[in-house]
Write a protein that binds this ligand. Structure first.
Ligand code: BTN
Length: 253
């Protein structure tokens, strides 16, 4: 693709018509030694995977179903930072290409008018406590029409086209994402997570919102106030208690 201005991201780029999941395709390539920046894109996924064991609706030609092979030289506990970085890259690229007012819900759902347009799934393979590779899966509902959504998704999911009324060029958006990602990944390697965290907070629709989250003692709620240096969401539950939420989901109240 001659519109792609990156050095590393997409140096190997494969487009597949149909596959079960680009996560598995990328994992196979990574196991065979695919370099960092390898990108696998599918027109359709027959078994698209979401977070927390969910399915991901991936109809033919209507979205960006893509997985990136990353080889960060860092311990496993840093990979949640990479998840947030990926969300920032995608959010910035969507804003740049479409002008839509998308925001990030912690940890990394991209929302438009309270509905989800994009999800991110980061999977890491660890050996002897060292990360061998990460697969960053990005699913963006680009040109899905409202009536194409299955009934159960209609209230919670939307697409860029459904929100803007215009068909969005997927190749240009992919190029923008890979460029944003490469820039942020370099910034992260040089300056650490702090600059990424501020970018994330600026795009977040979760900060300054009342949220409900799960703990071992049941549901709790509070005001989301920011990210801690590891990427956990800090929630003020009152009486001076700030609780870090490390994994799972939060509900906006
Ligand atoms: C979520 O929000 O639950 C994460 C969704 C991630 C979907 C993408 S689409 C490309 C890649 N392949 C998959 O099977 N899943 C991810």
């Amino acid at each position: 693709n001659n519109a792609l201005n990156t050095v590393m991201m997409g140096s190997v780029l494969e487009i597949i018509k149909s596959t079960v999941s680009t996560q598995e395709e990328a994992r196979q390539r990574a196991e065979l030694g695919a370099p960092e920046g390898t990108v696998i894109i599918a027109e359709e996924q027959t078994g698209g995977k979401g977070r927390l064991g969910r399915k991901w609706f991936s109809p033919y030609g209507k979205g960006i179903w893509m997985s990136l092979v990353l080889r960060p030289q860092q311990p496993l506990e840093f990979t949640s930072q990479l998840t947030l970085l990926t969300g920032v890259a995608v959010c910035r690229a969507i804003r740049k290409r479409t002008g839509l007012d998308v925001g990030i819900k912690w940890p990394n759902d991209i929302l438009m008018n309270q509905r989800k347009v994009c999800g991110i799934l980061l999977e890491s393979t660890v050996e002897d406590k060292v990360v061998r590779y990460c697969i960053a899966g990005i699913g963006i509902s680009v040109n899905i029409d409202r009536e194409e959504y299955p009934e159960d998704l209609r209230d919670i999911a939307t697409s860029l086209k459904a929100e803007s009324g215009a068909t969005v060029d997927r190749s240009l958006l992919i190029a923008a994402i890979l460029e944003e990602f490469e820039t942020l990944y370099q910034l992260y390697a040089q300056e650490g997570f702090l600059p990424i965290a501020s970018l994330w907070e600026a795009l977040s629709v979760t900060i300054n919102q009342e949220v409900v989250f799960n703990t071992t003692q049941g549901l709790r709620e509070g005001l989301a106030v920011g990210l801690d240096p590891s990427g956990a969401l800090l929630v003020d539950t009152g009486m001076g208690n700030i609780v870090p939420v490390i994994s799972g989901d939060v509900k906006l109240k």
